[in-house]
Design a protein around this ligand. Sequence first.
Ligand code: PGA
Length: 263
Amino acid sequence: MRKLYIGTNTKMYKSIAQTRSFLQELGERTAGLDRRELELFVIPSFTALETAGRIAAGYAIRLGAQNMAWEDAGQLTGEISPVMLEEVGVTVAEIGHSERRHILGETDELLNRKVRAAHRHGMTALLCIGETEAQKEHGIANEVLRIQLKEGLHNVAPEAAPLIWIAYEPVWAIGTSGKPAGAAYAEEKHRVIHNTLRELFGTAAQDIPVLYGGSVNAGNAAELIGMPHVDGLFIGRSAWEAARFADIIRSVLPVFRQKGHEA
Ligand code: PGA
């Protein structure tokens, strides 16, 4: 059975106490949902991971980290290694969020090292990609996405495909000044991404989910999930209140099931 992938990255917003109550409420509100069809994940701040891990495990919520170092240990002051993340129950490493690429200067080459580090530890690499507004206007969005995929997944073998999730997050769509991509535009880019993954991994690519992120909200979530190549949602602001997040999840599940019947 194909799964619907839905998760949130709480960025640099929630304290330990806030993460705890958010996860507890989200866990309660989604406890009845069948996890054979839903992969639910939450990516809190590093300081909240240990607490979050204990709660998330009880509700079948996957725990992610917002960033990760590419070495297991070393002279890398300020970095957090995959070994340390494993210790607190992290199974998903978010790699290359737009804010890390554009504010913190992370390159495709560095992100590739992080992807491979995640795989060495059996962790899922959630690789985030997306074009800027200027790249979209210059008509090179597809090229940018293809480069980010080919660089970010360089030297990753098809056997590692089950440990890859992709988040397509156009930079111009993210955050308070973002405007969401229309469903047709998202579908077109997801198709480019799926095709590129097929070039890289052959048939192993068919199980790699491609999630859309960037100003997802209660008003556009269902239409996005209705698109044939959109396999999930990666949500920021609209997911940070557990009740609103759970409502979005419940609203898209029937659309996802319907899509499965039509496929
Ligand atoms: P947003 O964030 O939903 O608040 O636009 C998305 C993201 O940064 O992943």
